[in-house]
Design a protein. Sequence first.
Length: 407
Amino acid sequence: MAKLSPHRLKGKIVRVRRGVAIYQTHASPFYFARILDPRTHRYKVRSTKETSRIEARRSAEELAHEIMRPDAPAPPEYSFRTYAKRFIQKGQQLAESGERNKNYIRTTRLFLDNDDWGLVRHFGSRDVRELTTRDWQLFIENLVRKRSDLSSSTRNMLMATFRNVLKVARDDGLIDFVPATPRQRQQDNPRPFFRFAPLVAPDRDEYQQLLEGAKKLADDHAIVRGVEVTRELYDLILFCVHSFVRPTTTELYALKHNDITIEKDPKRLLVTVRNGKTGYRVANTMPGAVSAYERIKARYPEAQGEDYLFLPDYPNRATASRIFQRQFNQLLEDTKLKFDPSTDMERSVYSLRHTAICMRIILSHGKVNIFNLAKNAGTSVEQIERFYAKRLPLSKEMAKNLQSFGE
């Protein structure tokens, strides 16, 4: 005769209400509660820790209330926190293969893990299968009330990160689609740059004033925070403006001699940016970058292919960046060009990149191919139109170009 299971029912299942029942087995003196989870449509069984049927019914109601409440913690394998970790892991794999910029992953971690307004702080225990557009709207409305200082671009980055986490859940088959998340209306801040002729009269050309100021600092052997200013600062300014490279540790300060090739017809450099903000790219420069690079080679005649272009004696690229930032700030103070009255903003080394893009739009007299410019600068046509083109005056040549019908 087969041995009876100790887990067989002891008496009948007692229905408490729809989706909730209690029962006993021979294995335990306590009643068990069987509760239907409305999210997963599966039963969950919990011990009531009660031997009395009356007390077991009360305990089952309490357990059901806990399991069925909308904000009840999700099973760990379905939580937003779990899928946020999976999203970061996938991003790291893409960064290691060169398909994604490492800075993007670092930025994403900020939006997920911020102690004040991070997504994991708010959605961490929520079930990704249950998140809706309304959940997102409630989060963003509450965030705006608490932190009105957060810019619309920050809120839009939060939205993009939220969607990216849910896309991982969608790809796993947990959800059929990502809920709609309306973008926050964004106000574009103007980009400060150095005015140049013909935007201004030649005697008010700020870019030329900047170059002359850099020469003077070097000729005067100025010392900034213990480091002497040399003509290397002058060449850095020229190189930035003629190459469109971002003055960051992953672009300008990461460049090595192996990343530079001198080309002719037309005269230019081919600059390989290996880990830029938008990933890998090879950019064509203007002719002015060639002469700057030739002076760099003459300045460091023993340089090898894997040596850095600027301040090669500083292996820490963040240190090299800070040295030039300090020298550039001193230059702005000396030339009284720190403040840009047109944009009501302060200028920085990054203003050289903005100047480079504006120069190409203006000095080409409207003939520059915006797509080609965006590709070389490692940005998009939309960014150039939003932050540069629409803020520049329409010259006579650009008006003619607009009205042309081809050659």
